[in-house]
Design a protein around this ligand. Sequence first.
Ligand code: AMP
Length: 225
Amino acid sequence: MVFKKLILVFLGPPASGKGTQAEILGKDLGIPVISMGELLRHEYNHHTKMGREIEKYLKKGELVPDNIIQKILLKRLKKEDVKRGFILDGFPRRIEQIVYLEKIKQKFLSPFDFLVVFYIRISDREAKVRVVNRRVCECGAAYHLKYNPPKKKGICDICGKKIYRRQDDDPKIVNKRLKDFHHRIKPILNYFADKNVLIEINGEQRIEKVQKEIKNKLNKFLNFV
Ligand code: AMP
């Protein structure tokens, strides 16, 4: 499907499934997924100095400061596997982060390559239900207690570790997270829409159907430009 180098960006409200969709597409295209949330949780789970700083923001459901985000992303982008393109999950999340994304684009892409942005749309009502039922594992696996529970209660199917609720999935802060999200995402979506690189996806469908819509729309986009 891909003949050019791609940077794909996945944006969407909490629990919109952007991480899941990015992983499926990344495997299919043979390019790595760089999940900002995962990179931050990795620091936090390994109790690094930066991880302790990050914890303060994750606990409150707030965005982590840009200097930390840039440091972590820069380190990840030094790895060899990004040379053929990559997927960014959850970045940019603040309008200021677009400046950094443009720098990344200049460094990695030639004028013949593409940056494409997917926005996975789900309603706030759906996001709240999903957040409350979401459980994750340190290995990156994610579960929904009703629709996609682990085979053994409380245990990850993939690595056998205990699954847990993310700190920022606390039902008490989900409304605030959603409000902040909408406030911040608007100018970001406008920016990409103006550049004609924004593709909207209906996230309220079965996982396979969402993926099909993503692939169809990406193919169409690449054939048109
Ligand atoms: P996610 O796994 O994408 O839902 O991200 C989990 C949390 O990590 C968010 O609620 C933020 O606190 C933080 N985070 C993720 N991406 C970013 C970003 N681009 N900028 C700042 N904070 C971020």
